[in-house]
Design a protein around this ligand. Structure first.
Ligand SMILES: *Cc1c(COP(=O)(O)O)cnc(C)c1O
Length: 381
């Protein structure tokens, strides 16, 4: 089956459920009766361990990334924490892209580093910067591509090759592209991670996280801790994600069309200094992007001309765009990374990577694009 078909059907094959449900039921039972005291073979025991609605979601998630396995979590960060705690131990070292989702950076530097893990942040746009940071203790490389909010791209294939030569696990946070535009496992990565809160859910009404891998050993370890740590999504969350994912293909196509139009418009706007969007030829890594992604997504960043207070005034004046964190929903959102999503990143680190006070990030939704452009023009004016 092709992507759009799998996004609708996998995990919810009609007629297989006992009543012929076309849509998987929300199984609320937390526990399941068994015939004898022996472990039920293939059956369910307790919903933290496994739940029929979550099983349907995990089948769908695996189908979309073309992985053997997928595991669902209560949020992207829950997936990240469980992944790291499953695969690493005290003394291990991680090389990470220096332009990561702010919450990921906070999890690494303020929580996981308390457990004897070391993190080195490098500009992974140059694969050799990753190579140079690898030591004997390095067990994991953590990438995002494109990054948040600067949409920097790293060569997933080149970095994964070096990593596997050193027996280092490569993890790619694929939230920004969704499985529709990029499949890091096919590029050689070992693990793909998603904040399902964003494009997979797609409607800004459910938190979720996912881990996909085709590596049996990694899957077994993470699955053990999915149950042992317990950061699982509720059956209702799983239902919302299954429902949202049905339209992933059509949504992503429209997100991209709209984002491209907005990016081109802003690039020609006198009140805008520069626009960063992987679909623009002006993106410094346009060619690499074309090689490993089949599209450029719905998120773009741009620098507004003027002072910080001009930027704040602009953000107060948009009407169709909501001034809000997050991304990937059908509605357009706009935000100021330096004071919102990336406020937890130390100022020096923020400026070092290029998150200036004038930088604005937009998640372009699937509204009529002429309304979006009119809104931005009005506020910029
Ligand atoms: C939002 C986000 C996360 C964290 O996911 P939550 O679902 O908010 O916990 C991780 N990575 C990226 C790229 C994100 O955008």
């Amino acid at each position: 089956m092709k992507f759009a078909t799998k996004a609708i059907h996998v995990g919810e094959e009609s007629g297989l459920a006992s009543n012929g449900d076309v849509v998987v039921p929300i199984h609320l039972s937390t526990t399941f009766a068994r015939r004898g005291v022996e472990k039920p073979r293939g059956g369910y025991e307790y919903s933290r361990t496994a739940n029929p609605t979550r099983d349907a979601l995990e089948l769908r998630l695996a189908a979309l990334e073309e992985s053997k396995h997928a595991l669902a979590f209560a949020s992207g960060l829950a997936a990240e924490a469980t992944l790291v705690l499953s695969l690493l131990r005290k003394g291990d070292h991680v090389v990470a892209f220096d332009d990561l989702y702010g919450g990921t950076r906070r999890l690494f530097s303020q929580t996981l580093s308390n457990f004897g893990l070391d993190f080195t942040y490098v500009d992974a746009r140059e694969a050799r910067n990753v190579n140079r940071a690898i030591s004997k203790r390095t067990k994991m490389i953590w990438l995002e591509s494109p990054t948040n909010p600067l949409l920097k791209i790293c060569d997933i294939r080149a970095i994964s090759e070096v990593a596997s030569r050193h027996q280092i696990i490569t993890v790619v946070d694929n939230t920004f592209m969704s499985p529709f535009f990029q499949n890091p496992l096919q590029l050689g990565a070992d693990v793909v991670l998603h904040s399902a809160t964003k494009y997979l859910g797609g409607h800004s009404d459910v938190l979720g996280g996912a881990i996909m891998t085709s590596n049996e050993e990694i899957h077994t370890k993470v699955k053990f801790n999915q149950n042992a740590i317990g950061a699982v999504p509720s059956p209702f969350d799983c239902f919302l994600l299954l429902r949202g994912m049905k339209t992933l293909a059509v949504r992503m196509e429209r997100h991209q069309l709209n984002a491209m139009r907005v990016a081109e418009h802003l690039e020609a706007h006198p009140a805008v200094v520069r626009v960063i969007y992987p679909g623009l030829k002006s993106h410094p890594q346009y060619v690499l992007g074309k090689k490993q992604m089949s599209g450029s997504g719905g998120v773009l960043s741009f620098e507004v001309k003027g002072t910080l207070s001009d930027v704040k005034r602009f953000l107060r004046r948009v009407k169709v765009f909501s001034l809000a964190e997050s991304l990937g929903g059908v509605e357009s959102l706009i935000e100021h990374p330096a004071s919102m999503t990336h406020a937890s990143v130390p100022e020096k680190a923020r400026e070092g990577v290029g998150i200036t006070d004038r930088l604005v990030r937009a998640s372009v939704g699937i509204e009529d694009v002429s309304d979006l452009i009119e809104d931005l023009d009005g506020a910029l004016g």
